[in-house]
Design a protein around this ligand. Structure first.
Ligand SMILES: Cc1ncc(COP(=O)(O)O)c(C=O)c1O
Length: 398
């Protein structure tokens, strides 16, 4: 029988999805599973975006331009200008989700065996994109005790070697919810300039910042034009994950020209979804104000309920809609599976994402889980109650 590739064998399975069969079995047994494990927002997609597709009179659903429709890119540039990010349509390539922007970025700047430094815990799919690109992730640990703030620059310097090509951050972070400060971005800016590295920032959660904290983009940092690559997406911003539209943004012309060749190979981003995404840019600020108010209320209730549980440590998120929580257990993988297989209260249980899959260093995060607060407040309260009772029973059985 012909063999599949080594790369294929090394490709990591999603840590979030590996518990799905256990959740399906629980559902077949009639158990209601409260999903704290996935980042699919329950917020409604703006009506303008859906109407734009509904009312469009397309007769031929043609390819769009490889780099995305001109008008759409112009409008994205206007959106950035409102955020004090000054780029033009030429600095933007529209992609099939932030996911494709990440693969384009890695393909554009890195060769096989090159290294990319990423603060951990990080969005688990970075491992998948890196494996597909044949490059190595070099993790640098951040700690729940500092809410997952940027690790000291001296620790980065220890990891930089001849193969290091880039540093990748997620701001605000999935799974940490950490929002890097302007000062932290400036420290990273100085570091990448000193060592001639690229700085990739995944800013797909830009809109979701709390407690009056403002997001500071790497594209706002002057002097970083040749180094900065931003990955962006409409998925979370407009609760449009299924549209599959994102973009790659850089002022570095070589980066854009090279990424464009990767984009040419896949022809074009989806046409209908660009129409929806262009219309979504008309979404009024009041939409975001309401959404953010809702997420803050959810975060607050989730954190205060979690803090009532014995032995539980929580990193308070300032952005995105995730939170990493340390539990008084040894193995969150085992606990998450046990929750689905062996535990229920009045016919309900919860599904969580074990956090070890968000770390690249073996052994880290084993007693942590990621909770996505994309559910209504009463569901979150119920879920934490179940979690608390489950911890008592799980620990008394051991
Ligand atoms: C941090 C981060 N980056 C990128 C993505 C990819 O998003 P998409 O491809 O839907 O734009 C996600 C999706 O969850 C994410 O959490």
């Amino acid at each position: 029988m012909p063999r599949i590739s080594n790369k294929g064998r090394q490709m990591p399975a999603s840590p979030i999805r590996k518990l799905v069969p256990y959740a399906e079995d629980a559902k077949k047994r009639g158990i209601h599973v409260i999903h704290l494990n996935i980042g699919q927002p329950d917020i409604k997609t703006p009506k303008v975006a859906l109407d734009a597709v509904r009312n469009h009179n397309i007769e031929v659903l043609a390819y769009s331009m490889t780099e995305g429709s001109e008008v759409y890119r112009e409008k994205i540039a206007q959106y950035y200008a409102q955020k004090d990010i000054h780029v033009t349509a030429k600095d933007i390539i529209v992609t099939t989700g932030g996911s494709e922007a990440l693969s384009f970025a890695m393909g554009t700047i890195m060769d096989a065996d090159d290294e990319i430094i990423i603060p951990e815990p990080f969005y688990a799919n970075y491992n998948g994109f890196a494996t597909a690109a044949g490059i190595n992730v070099v993790p640098i640990a951040s700690s729940i005790d500092t809410n997952f703030a940027l690790p000291p620059i001296a620790d980065f310097e220890k990891l930089i070697g001849p193969k290091t090509k880039a540093i990748l951050i997620c701001n605000p972070g999935n799974p940490t919810g950490y929002l890097y400060s302007k000062e932290e971005i400036q420290q990273l800016a100085a570091l990448v300039k000193k060592h001639d590295l690229f700085l990739i920032a995944d800013e797909v959660y830009r809109e979701f910042t709390y407690d009056n904290k403002e997001h500071y983009s790497i594209l706002q940092e002057s002097g970083l034009e040749d180094y900065a690559i931003v990955v962006d997406s409409v998925s979370k911003r407009y609760s449009m994950c299924g549209a599959r539209i994102g973009c790659l943004v850089s002022k570095n012309k070589d980066v854009i020209q090279t990424a464009l060749k990767f984009a040419q190979a896949r022809l074009s981003p989806p046409t209908f979804a660009q129409i929806a995404s262009e219309a979504a840019l008309e979404t009024p600020q009041s939409y975001f104000d309401n959404v953010i108010e809702e997420y803050v209320a959810r975060r607050d209730i989730l954190i205060s309920e979690l803090q009532k549980l014995d032995g539980v440590k929580v990193a308070v998120p300032q952005g995105a809609f995730y939170c990493v929580t340390e539990l008084p257990i040894e193995d969150a993988d085992d606990f998450a599976q046990w929750l689905l297989e062996s535990f229920e209260i009045d016919g309900s249980t919860v599904m969580v994402a074990p956090a070890a899959g968000f770390y690249a260093t073996p052994g880290l995060g084993k007693n942590q889980i990621r909770i996505a607060y994309v559910l209504e407040k009463n569901q979150l309260v119920k879920a934490v109650h179940i979690l608390g009772e489950a911890l008592k029973q799980y620990n008394s059985n051991r």
